[in-house]
Write a protein that binds this ligand. Structure first.
Ligand SMILES: Nc1ncnc2c1ncn2[C@@H]1O[C@H](COP(=O)(O)OP(=O)(O)OP(=O)(O)O)[C@@H](O)[C@H]1O
Ligand SMILES: [Mg+2]
Length: 246
């Protein structure tokens, strides 16, 4: 079942940058979908558009509703987002307050949520520095705090922009496992192609704001000519797998 359907989505920034050009796509419920492409190709802009953070031209139908300025409020209650730059979403409070912010206003299953927050803070080694302000954390710590907040919300849709940026190898591995254990629909924009390979069944390849191709992650990521044409490389893990098994 399709959970997101975009038709002719186009977005031009106020300075005239054509960031998304006539993009049509479909995302299915329960999928882990990767958005790849070289830097500046439009990954973050597409993710923000699908999450309702910006409203592009064209049509986006999401969770059965047409996305616009008024309907996006209900989308915000059914989705969680990790933005590429944590400072764009953190409020500057200490970790304890930041991670539980809003729980008194809108928090179905508040106790479960609190347990999950504790669990993720521990996994990401933030539990011992809970009194520290988010504005004083390192980039990687800020990213882990954003991941804690988003993952603990257990929403139908999870949008992750460069989720592994700033994470150490062990933390990255923990994140892969956490995402693998989820059953919601996950949309991941990432330059970490090994991460995308590990998690995503399907991917969209963007270039200069255009959707170049969509399909199976293993097929697109293994296509050396295609990857190099668009400034990417076949991920190392796939090359290793091919050298052993193919
Ligand atoms: N606020 C903005 N104002 C003007 N142009 C922008 C703005 N944000 C992004 N752009 C431009 O839009 C295009 C797409 O940017 P976007 O951030 O979506 O790319 P990306 O694929 O996520 O890149 P990266 O891999 O570096 O994160 C780029 O040309 C970028 O310069
Ligand atoms: Mg980006």
């Amino acid at each position: 079942m399709s959970i997101i359907r975009a038709e002719h989505v186009t977005y031009i920034y106020p300075d005239g940058t054509d960031a998304l050009q006539d993009i049509s796509l479909e995302i299915y419920a329960g999928d882990t979908l990767g958005i790849i492409g070289c830097s500046g190709s439009g990954k973050s802009t597409l993710l923000r558009a699908l999450a309702g953070l910006i409203i592009p031209a064209g049509k986006i139908q999401i969770l059965g509703r047409q996305l616009d300025h008024s309907s996006r409020k209900s989308l915000f209650r059914e989705s969680a987002v990790v933005m590429q730059n944590p400072e764009d979403q953190l409020l500057g409070y200490d970790i304890a307050r930041e991670s539980t912010f809003g729980l008194n206003y809108y928090a179905p299953q508040k106790n479960k949520r609190l347990q999950l927050i504790e669990k993720y803070l521990k996994i990401f080694s933030l539990d011992d520095i809970k009194e520290k302000k988010s504005s004083e954390l390192s980039f990687g710590e800020q990213k882990k705090l954003c991941l804690t907040i988003a993952l603990s919300q257990e929403r139908k849709l999870l949008f992750l922009d460069e989720p592994t940026m700033g994470l150490a190898a062990g933390e990255r591995r923990s994140l892969i496992q956490l995402i693998k254990d989820m059953t919601n629909t996950r949309i991941i924009a990432s330059n970490d192609l090994n991460f995308v390979l590990d998690l995503c069944k399907n991917i969209f390849l963007l270039h200069e704001g255009k959707l170049i191709t969509a399909g199976r992650a293993h097929e697109i990521l293994a296509d050396k000519e295609l990857m190099e044409k668009y400034g990417l490389e076949v991920p190392l893990n796939l090359l290793l797998y091919q050298s052993i098994y193919v």
